[in-house]
Design a protein around this ligand. Structure first.
Ligand code: FES
Length: 99
């Protein structure tokens, strides 16, 4: 049996952009490779520039303490620079654009 990675689709609202995440890439890294521009700065989960809302789907984090409060997590906010998808996901990020 092969150990191939699953490929998950990310849809970004409200622009309706779409890209795939393969392997162990973060939502932000995969967007970069797909010519979808998400806001970013530190890329390590601290600055919160990339803060987006997860409309549907599930993510896991590459770091133990991403810079989100418990309330923000409960409201569905995620940090795409350190989040990996576990399912297909829909993100809400009004500043996303195609590049
Ligand atoms: S780019 Fe800084 S928290 Fe994501």
């Amino acid at each position: 049996m092969s150990d191939s990675f699953e490929i998950f689709t990310v849809k970004v609202l409200p622009a309706g952009l779409q890209y795939d995440v393969e392997g162990d890439l973060s939502l932000l890294e995969a967007a970069d490779m797909s010519r979808v521009q998400l806001p970013s700065s530190c890329r390590n989960g601290t600055c919160r520039t990339c803060l987006s809302r997860l409309v549907s789907g599930e993510v896991t984090y590459t770091i133990e303490w991403p810079g989100l409060s418990a309330e923000e997590k409960a409201e569905g906010y995620v940090l795409p620079c350190v989040a990996r998808p576990l399912t297909h996901v829909v993100l809400e990020q009004p500043d996303a654009s195609a590049c």
